[in-house]
Design a binder for this molecule. Sequence first.
Ligand SMILES: [Cu+2]
Length: 375
Amino acid sequence: MNLPANSITKALLQALRKTLFMTISGLCFWSSITCNPAIAATNRHYYIQAEDVRWDFAPAQQNLLHCSAIPAPYETVWNKVRYIEYTDETFATLKPQPSWLGILGPIIRAEVGDTVFVHFRNRSTKGSFGMHPHGFRYDKDNEGAHYLPAPGAGAMILPGKEFTYRWYADEKSGPGPADPNSLVWWYHSHITEYQETNLGLLGPIIITRKGNARADGSAKDVDREFITAFVIFNQAEGEEKGQMHSINGYIFGNLRGLEMIEGEKVRWYLLGMGNEVDLHTAHFHGTTVLYKQSRTDSIELLPGSMATVDMIADNPGTWMYHCHVADHIKAGMLATYTVNRRTLPLTPATSKRSRRKSNIAAQPVVSAMLQKGCP
Ligand SMILES: [Cu+2]
């Protein structure tokens, strides 16, 4: 059959298109998470190592809310295992993290559409560990949880071994229609889950709505973000001396650095983890917050809970922030936050002026005692 040259070209092109379509469709079937053309992919890499540490739940060795001794029978220094972040694949340089993050692992951030690669090394001598994320989309190998049948490749990383987890922030990882523009999720080790979270292997994930992340992943629509986790670490097999009623691994006001500037829009991410005693009511003095589009000043947290609330820091001063459960107050589940007085005009969250400029303008109110300890 004789065909004109342009018809042959057309037929060839059609065949080529068909082959390409089938190939791409096939690929997308097997990795649907990378084939949404509406989503521009940003890859974010984290280098995180599980390490044995000695942790002091009260570095000031004082109850900083009342300038008194840590009450008996509590002992405050214990062995923990933590997720510690490094700057790159050499695992040679520690990545600094805010003081208020305390015992928690590094903040893993993503915007909807991003892929996160967590290069995890287990350098603890205490056993096999891993990293299991809430919220992200993952396949079996990247679930980071060990159970039958057929646990994935990342379920259990032996001491001295490493694994790179690949987690994807799809639409269902990000905020829902009624949520704020960013959400908090947990990550933690998940082989013997209850032992490993109690050891200290737990940390936060923050995922923002598409278009709401700065280059560093922080949420564009707020001036400042804080994460606080209410966890009772059981350090002495139930003996009271080792019941550490902590916020981010600190008790009796020893959690420092929850500081902001008058007028700022502040997003708080609240987390709960632990046992049946971990029923917490995180209560803010000096402010109210918006939670689930309603106003409150106390947030209920159960083990595994994740809550995101917004506040306007419009009441300068140092204010108590604590669990409202009576036994937990007695055991030191108490902290403070400080709203520093503003001396320069307010910088909106969406403005191009940096947050660092705002910090320079801040006048510390009454946080000196908290910085230095009791007089
Ligand atoms: Cu509590």
